[in-house]
Ligand binder design. Structure first.
Ligand code: C2O
Ligand code: CU
Ligand code: CU
Length: 622
């Protein structure tokens, strides 16, 4: 349990302040006797411990429209003097809410319960994430304000959509996959058709299952009315196949990159990556927001031998989490009301494109490939009952060993694979939730936070059904043998400062400027320093990296595997080592950028090309 606590000056301090204020008026006192005022306040404050009060955690519930849900919070006077609190509850959605009592006196150390009741209107759409802010203020000066947010998810009967797996077809030694970016409609809210984009689907796209060592070819046809690109996020492939801003294809065209699968078993993904410039207005954030994204699951022989759950759609599921806004007519609203146009951050939460869906899972070990597919929202994932799970993979590979966790925090673009053991739990229901209240301002600083960066809320319910005939019931102790990359004599160091104006090292992305040149076979140390007031998930194309340090300290085991996206917090310095580039091509750059798509589109991005290794140079020269 976490409490919200605010330190306060002593009772004596504000009696004195009040007395002086009554006598002279605060400004007058300050102006007439500044020294006297300051000295007396600090002298009075010093001998006393700060007074505090606290209000217990944010809560969440799932209930049908028309029902009333109650939440009980505990308010405690952690100080030494009696306190009088007035309590208020406000629904973000304008629902009927009440709290009892609305006023109470707490003696030192005393606790009382506050019962909040929230009535969901009968007309509320399934999947609405109702949010109530409970505020307790004490009387007197200075004020303590305690605030918690409770969420009420309106129950839905929707099943979790499971994107079809595409295993590709062997044609002349190449495994071929095909996708069509198209315009469609999706019914997210009952009776309302929303215009969406999808890859061979009305929203999102199939899960591509790739096998390490195969040569693959993916054809993507553009049936949109604007130019697009298709980027394989986290895939190690030649620059010309990368699908960044330099590989656009027009409506009616098909783009077909071919490359061998070098990646080891991992969860990667695909999404558009156009950059608006003089030739086109197409942008990544808008196309992704409309629904263009899909998961890629890479298999390899080492991981196949581990006996992990990997029967897709049976004991292994893709979990793509996104937030969206809707207008009253059901159309996607790009930016929230009453918020500046900084981020496409919404108050509706989609899992695989459905609001508040339910998934039937067998009573055995179940593997979830979790992707934060939001444009700009962070999610601190966990199960509502705080059960633990095994964290088995970071962005680009299985970890060396499973880690027992109750939370996994993913910034936009990051992935995690988790295994939850449901053995013997047939008949139970559990829920996947975002525990965004827990990190508080460490998740996103106040200036950039909305209610859903400060609340806990349910995303997906899982009904445990009968186990399959040959269930996976144990995990191997060892999953991988990742060898730490070490800094060698040829290692190059890149220092990148993340600037307040959404630039990198002071410059914004320009299609025509190559910012860096890498060399095939040469590892690089990248040092990101966040000098801006907000966190940025930094992503590097091409080969993956290992995190060496956060502010000089080695990362937690959770971050010791292969990654391609790393969140860099405010004031933080993250040092990583990027695996040597695999392919040279001076004409086909790779991107590095913030994965908050609105930041990327604003130019918080750079590009590098890869030159051939020096041992090839004499050959090239001839
Ligand atoms: Cu997921 Cu450069 O992108
Ligand atoms: Cu990428
Ligand atoms: Cu950013």
């Amino acid at each position: 349990m976490k409490n919200l606590s605010l330190p306060r000056p002593s009772f004596l301090t504000y009696c004195l302040t009040a007395l002086l204020a009554v006598t002279f008026g605060l400004l007058t006192v300050n102006q007439l006797f500044p020294d006297l005022f300051v000295v007396r306040v600090s002298a009075a404050a010093a001998p006393n411990a700060p007074l505090t009060a606290s209000l217990s955690d944010s809560q969440m519930a799932l209930a049908p429209a028309g029902s009333t849900v109650t939440y009980t919070h505990f308010i405690t006077n952690d100080g030494v003097l009696p306190e009088i609190f007035t309590v208020d509850a406000v629904s973000r959605q304008g629902w009927n809410v009440s709290v009892s009592p609305v006023s109470l006196t707490l003696t030192s150390g005393a606790s009382a319960s506050l019962v909040l009741s929230v009535t969901i209107p009968v007309t509320a759409a399934p999947g609405v994430q109702g949010l109530t802010t409970l505020t307790a203020n004490n009387t007197g000066l200075p004020a303590i304000t305690l605030k918690v947010r409770d969420t009420t998810l309106v129950q839905s009967t929707a099943s979790l959509p499971i994107p079809p797996a595409q295993y590709g077809q062997l044609v002349g030694g190449e495994r071929t996959y095909s996708l069509t970016a198209l315009i469609s409609t999706t019914e997210f809210l009952p009776g309302l058709q929303t215009r969406t984009y999808g890859y061979s689907a009305n929203y999102l796209g199939p899960t591509l299952v790739l096998t390490q060592g195969e040569v693959i070819s993916i054809s993507v046809t553009n049936q949109l009315t604007e130019v697009t690109t298709t980027h394989w996020h986290g895939v190690d492939m030649p620059g010309a196949a990368d699908g960044g801003p330099h590989q656009p294809f027009d409506p009616g065209q098909t783009w077909q990159p071919t490359f061998p699968v070098i990646n080891e078993a991992s969860t990667v993904w695909y999404h558009p990556h156009p950059h608006a410039h003089e030739a086109s207005t197409a942008a990544t954030g808008q196309q992704a927001y409309m629904g263009l994204a899909g998961m890629i699951v890479v298999r390899d022989s080492a991981s196949n031998a581990l006996g992990l759950p990997q029967t897709y759609g049976v004991d292994e599921f893709p979990i793509v989490v996104q937030d969206r806004n809707f207008n009253a007519d059901g159309s996607l609203r790009e930016y929230p009301v009453l918020q500046n146009r900084q981020f496409r951050k919404g108050d509706y939460f989609l899992v695989n494109g459905a609001l508040a869906p339910n998934l039937n899972v067998p009573a055995q070990m179940v593997r979830l490939h979790v992707l934060n597919g939001a444009n700009s929202r962070y999610f601190n994932f966990g199960f509502a009952d705080n059960r633990s799970f095994a964290l088995i993979a970071s962005d680009n590979a299985l970890l060396n060993a499973p880690l027992t966790r109750t939370r996994v925090l993913l910034s936009p673009g990051e992935r995690a694979e988790i295994v939850v053991d449901l053995s013997g739990q047939q008949g139970q229901t559990l829920a996947l939730a975002a525990f965004n209240a827990e990190p508080g301002s460490a998740l996103v600083p106040d200036a950039f936070a909305d209610d859903y960066d400060r609340a806990n809320y349910l995303l997906l319910t899982l009904d445990v059904t009968a186990p399959t005939p040959n269930p996976v019931t144990t995990l191997p102790a060892t999953l991988n043998d990742i060898v730490p990359l070490s800094i060698g004599t040829t290692t190059i160091t890149r220092t990148v400062t993340l600037n307040t104006n959404l630039a990198l090292n002071g410059v914004r992305f320009d299609m025509h400027t190559i910012n860096l040149t890498s060399t095939v076979g040469v590892a690089e140390v990248w040092v990101f320093t966040n000098a801006s007031p907000e966190p940025h998930p930094m992503h590097l194309h091409g080969t993956p990296f290992q995190i060496l340090a956060r502010n000089g300290t080695p990362p937690a085991p959770d971050e010791q595997g292969w990654k391609d996206t790393v969140n860099v917090n405010v004031g933080e310095q993250v040092t990583l080592i990027k695996a040597p580039a695999s392919y040279a091509n001076l004409m086909a750059p790779f991107m590095y950028h913030c994965h908050l798509l609105e930041h990327e589109d604003k130019g918080m991005m750079g590009q590098f090309v890869v030159q051939a290794g020096q041992w090839f140079l004499p050959l090239v020269g001839r």
